[in-house]
Design a protein around this ligand. Structure first.
Ligand code: SAM
Length: 302
């Protein structure tokens, strides 16, 4: 019955004025009744599975699908990957169908579907966010996603997130796909970065007495660069990397052969970084505990 209702709606719209729009706008071929910022187009099942694999979904994860359609994303996450989660949609027919699908697949206790506007949904429980929305919707969601717990994975079908470049993008051949770029699906994955922009202070005991070091990080989403300062010395950081709450960078004390490599790795925990420092290379290498404390936060783009 529900399938028939969806089919009838789609046909009604295709035969009406929607046909012209359907030809012009790749993600708008099937009309919905009721509110909604993008119409229903299901993600092909092989793409669903690839998205969940790219997000490394497992039994410890809580997946939220923004605009959940027939529920396939959260149902697959529960049934094949052992996760739990919920989907939100504004279409009551699709919500009824998705809750029925979850029951039929035996995962209704771990996959729920709720009538809710995705822009107003509380995402704080999520470890993984999935979506198949238009780019302008992704960009509108971006500040909210960047405020999620560092390490939260975000995977989106077909559309990017503007200036927040994906950490990974894969292209899949999907012969049955007729919308967007027919025959192809693009999957984007981001990892929510910790907020590190600002000035951090550390004490580092390379010799007999600990010395004060200050780090200044400039951040653009998951990218950052910066300098380390010790007295009048100012050294540019090399190979900076931020993945979720995992931070690493290094510097050399001076150019040339007598230089010592300082290699930092740490976990960002709000205003504190806890980690380790490797000093030097080879047999003479020393490892020391390292921690830093935020003294002045700077804004990072949202
Ligand atoms: C392109 S479909 C994707 C469905 C599903 N996520 C998938 O990948 O198969 C987008 C879905 O978002 C829903 N939607 C559109 N605007 C919404 C909004 N503001 N809040 C919640 N759902 C919305 C639509 O009803 C539709 O089911």
């Amino acid at each position: 019955m529900i399938f028939m209702e969806i089919l009838m709606r789609q046909m009604k719209w295709m035969l009406g004025t929607g046909l012209l729009l359907a030809l012009a706008l790749p993600l708008r071929p099937f009309a919905q009744e009721g509110a909604g910022d993008v119409v229903y187009v299901p993600t092909p099942q092989i793409v669903v599975e690839e998205m969940l694999r790219m997000a490394k979904v497992g039994p410890g994860d809580f997946v939220i699908d923004l605009g959940s359609g027939d529920g396939r994303m959260v149902i697959t996450a529960a049934k094949q990957f052992g996760a739990r989660g919920f989907g939100v949609d504004l279409d009551t027919v699709l919500l009824k169908l998705s809750n029925e699908n979850a029951r039929r697949e035996g995962v209704a206790d771990r996959a729920r579907f709720i009538e809710q506007n995705l822009f107003e949904t509380d995402l704080s429980q999520a470890t993984v966010i999935t979506s198949y929305l238009l780019p302008e919707m992704n960009e509108k969601l971006r500040p909210k996603l960047l405020n999620l717990k560092p390490g939260t994975r975000v995977v989106a079908h077909d559309y990017h997130m503007g200036e927040w470049h994906a950490d990974e993008m894969r292209t899949l051949d999907v012969p049955e796909k007729k919308v967007g770029n027919p025959g192809k699906s693009y999957v984007y994955r981001w990892i929510v970065p910790a907020k590190i922009a600002g000035r951090w202070q550390s004490q580092i005991a390379t010799g007999a007495a600990p010395a004060n070091w200050e780090f200044e990080f400039e951040q653009r989403f998951q990218m950052f660069d910066g300098v380390a300062k010790n007295g009048s010395r100012k050294i540019t950081l090399r190979v900076p990397k931020l993945e979720g709450d995992q931070l690493s960078f290094q510097f050399f004390t001076k150019p040339g052969d007598n230089s010592t490599r300082f290699e930092f790795k740490g976990t960002v925990k709000g205003d504190v970084i806890d980690g380790a420092l490797k000093l030097g290379d080879g047999a003479a290498q020393k490892q020391l505990p390292w921690n830093a404390k935020l003294v002045q936060r700077a804004a990072s783009p949202q």
